[in-house]
Design a protein around this ligand. Structure first.
Ligand SMILES: NC(=O)c1ccc[n+]([C@@H]2O[C@H](COP(=O)([O-])OP(=O)(O)OC[C@H]3O[C@@H](n4cnc5c(N)ncnc54)[C@H](OP(=O)(O)O)[C@@H]3O)[C@@H](O)[C@H]2O)c1
Length: 206
């Protein structure tokens, strides 16, 4: 069992929070709007709690479930409160039409978050390739992840497994750029060959 805090109270916070509780994890929801965070904690039930914005999160794993352009500002505002935590960045930095990435080609939101976070914070990219509605359906899915610290990735892998999902380690944090690109690929597939958003990318083992 893991203890997680989710910063954000939108679609992904709700989807990951529900799976986390079902998997027996302790869940704290934190939002800049305390009423929204409290409402999500209540809706999730099963002992989910609402945390205080800006205070040290209760969870060892902190899921950053805010919009991509808020990720670095939020991590900077939290500062030392995130020391020694594992921060899971789930964001997708799409341009307004979701046809390209809105950040430079040589980086990723996850790497920018790592630069903004305390030195003792380990950042892992994960969950960004899964649409919230597909996650909510609760099927066993592949969760691509990337990060530099093996222990942090082991902790996040254990958390992912507790959700009934399969962790798929893609390598170090520089791979986060390609995971963010993979979400763009999904947008292209959804709008073209697949024709809807009810799918996920996964690994077919031969
Ligand atoms: N939806 C998906 O299917 C999906 C799939 C994979 C990855 N993602 C990524 O997951 C992240 C969350 O997506 P979502 O669909 O859950 O979005 P959402 O429903 O719009 O929720 C966004 C959350 O971020 C908070 N937020 C926005 N700006 C903030 C700021 N400056 N400071 C603090 N909190 C802020 C919002 O708070 P307020 O309510 O107070 O505005 C809200 O709680 C995004 O980065 C997205 O790219 C989404």
């Amino acid at each position: 069992m893991s203890s997680i805090s989710i910063i954000g109270s939108g679609n992904m916070a709700s989807a990951i929070g529900a799976l986390a509780l079902k998997g027996g994890n302790a869940v704290e929801v934190i939002g800049r709007d305390a009423a929204k965070a409290a409402a999500l904690a209540r809706a999730l039930g099963d002992g989910a709690t609402a945390g205080t914005w800006g205070a040290a999160p209760a969870g060892d794993i902190v899921i950053l479930a805010v919009l991509f352009d808020s990720a670095v500002p939020v991590v900077s505002e939290y500062g030392a409160a995130l020391a020694d935590k594992i921060v899971v960045d789930i964001t997708n930095p799409f341009n307004p039409s979701a046809t390209g990435l809105a950040i430079p080609d040589d980086t990723s939101v996850a790497q920018m978050v790592a630069e903004a976070a305390p030195a003792s914070t380990q950042v892992v990219k994960a969950f960004n390739t899964l649409f919230s509605a597909v996650l909510t359906a609760g099927d066993p899915l592949d969760v691509f992840m990337a990060g530099d610290d093996p222990q942090a990735k082991a902790s996040v892998s254990a958390f992912i497994t507790s959700l009934g999902l399969r962790p798929r380690d893609a390598g170090d944090l520089s791979m986060a750029h390609w995971l963010e690109g993979a979400s763009l690929l999904e947008m292209g597939l959804a709008r073209n060959g697949v024709g809807h958003f009810n799918f996920s990318l996964g690994v077919n083992l031969g």
